[in-house]
Write a protein that binds this ligand. Structure first.
Ligand code: 5GP
Length: 193
């Protein structure tokens, strides 16, 4: 097991409805030392890629993205969730269905912060059905920028997002891929990488 898999086994809680709770170290209370290990590992996996910008989505991707950005000497932009529809013009917009909250959000990024010169690494905490990533990818494409890769902390491999995104041809690197988890026993199994 790698450092993240070990931490998930130690502190993660499997909930009903295919939800893994990792709020004691990843997306509520945040273990910055762990984030640094994640940054190092993403730097290794995306070695040789020319990345100048990290793109993530609020809220739980932001902390990870900021630490990862240090390893790429890149700036961070996060897509904001917005209910407003009067935002076209200066904003790139995509529609994203939330896995955890079961609602649709528009996510927006100002055109000032993403342009055709940008080489983007997309970072997020979880990959489930892939809606959040597809929204972020469409924003990068709308900007004429390049997706150099996608880095995820925890992919739930039994949900379809990973397969969909890899089929598009992107380099998708997930530090932990959960192949199964059981809310009754708390047992979690990981995919060999
Ligand atoms: P997707 O768009 O891939 O279906 O879901 C990705 C988003 O949903 C992530 O940004 C993450 O915030 C949230 N998410 C999905 N599955 C889980 C989960 O099992 N636990 C937690 N804490 N968040 C999740």
């Amino acid at each position: 097991m790698n450092f993240l898999e070990e931490r998930i086994v130690k502190d993660g809680i499997v909930k009903e409805g295919n939800v893994l709770k990792v709020d004691s170290f990843l997306n509520h209370q945040m273990d910055i030392h762990l984030f640094e290990q994640m940054g190092e590992e993403f730097k290794r996996r995306f070695a040789g890629k020319n990345i100048n910008k990290i793109l993530t989505i609020e809220a739980s991707g932001i902390g990870i993205a900021c630490i990862v950005a240090k390893y790429f000497d890149a700036s961070v932009v996060f897509a904001k969730k917005s209910k407003s529809i009067n935002i076209e013009g200066e904003m790139y917009v995509a529609e994203v269905e939330s896995f955890t909250h079961k609602c649709k959000n528009q996510v927006i990024v100002s055109k000032k912060f993403l342009s055709p010169d940008d080489h983007v690494l997309i970072i997020d905490d979880f990959l489930a059905n892939g809606c959040a990533l597809q929204g972020l990818i469409s924003i990068v494409h709308e900007a004429g920028a390049t997706v150099e890769g996608i880095g995820i902390a925890i992919e739930k491999g039994f949900q379809p997002g990973g397969r969909i995104i890899r089929n598009f041809g992107f380099q998708l690197e997930s530090l932990a891929i959960v192949d199964s988890m059981d809310a009754t026993t708390g047992e979690i199994t990981f995919r060999e990488q």
